[in-house]
Design a protein around this ligand. Structure first.
Ligand SMILES: N[C@@H](CCC(=O)N[C@@H](CS)C(=O)NCC(=O)O)C(=O)O
Length: 229
């Protein structure tokens, strides 16, 4: 199986299926495409006419869109229980993934994922705070209702944790204050070995994608590759 992803520093949609596969220990290879480079459109077209990453390639099967990919993984590898076994918990997990997938536009636009950056206080406004409050409430409620048998949203790791992992990273980058127990959950996900592995990968990248950098000045590091288109 191959997972086609974008830059680890910026591609929040790519992190979702990547962390699900990695945490579950499902073997896969990565194809790393560099966002906003001239080669991106050509390279991504090999895998998907959507022109977007992530894309999962499993033999003749192509699955594009992060939500479709984690659904596919849950069906293909039932032994990893990527959705909670209980149908009520599963309905909740699917709902919060869908809410993440289609919502939180203020947070997304004002606090884009930028793993290596430290930008405390930037991006905040009242609409962003409403998104933050809703996410903290989701985490708190899921943990209280369904989190008894482990540290994840539904106790054991599920696609819901994969879907909220990029948000955990955004909160760290922008120094977002979270109430307990949402903070404890965020700290736990940040320290997760699979998350740390992704962060390590992001640190090795040299691309500075101007379109994804509303706050940092252009880097002076001679090894940085500035991508501006
Ligand atoms: N709904 C899609 C969104 C994917 C998406 O927007 N991916 C971005 C990278 S994070 C992308 O491929 N952008 C390239 C482009 O738009 O040219 C999903 O969840 O997979």
């Amino acid at each position: 199986m191959k997972l086609v992803i974008g830059n680890k520093n910026y591609s929040s949609w790519s992190l979702r299926p990547w962390i699900a596969l990695t945490h579950a220990g499902i073997p896969f290879e990565e194809a790393n495409l560099r966002l906003f480079t001239d080669s991106f459109d050509r390279d991504v077209a090999v895998y998907s006419a959507s022109g977007k990453v992530p894309v999962l390639v499993d033999g003749d099967v192509r699955v594009w869109d992060s939500l479709a990919i984690v659904e596919y993984l849950a069906e293909r590898f039932p032994e990893h229980r990527l959705w909670p076994a209980d149908p009520v918990a599963r309905a909740y997990a699917r709902s919060i993934c869908a809410e993440m997938h289609s919502g939180f536009a203020n947070l997304r636009s004002q606090m884009p994922m930028n793993i290596v950056a430290m930008l405390p206080g930037l991006g905040w406004n009242r609409a962003v705070q409403r998104d933050i409050d809703r996410i903290a409430a989701i985490w708190t409620d899921a943990r209280q209702r369904y989190g008894q048998d482990g540290p994840f949203l539904f106790g054991q790791f599920s696609n819901a944790d994969a879907f909220y992992a990029p948000v955990v990273s955004r909160f760290a980058t922008y120094g977002v204050h979270l109430p307990e127990p949402a903070k404890a959950y965020a700290d736990f996900i940040l320290a997760l070995p699979a998350m740390q592995q992704w962060i390590e990968g992001a640190r090795k990248e040299r691309d500075f994608v101007v379109a994804d950098e509303p706050y940092r000045p252009l880097p002076t590091d001679p090894e940085a590759v500035i991508i501006d288109r």
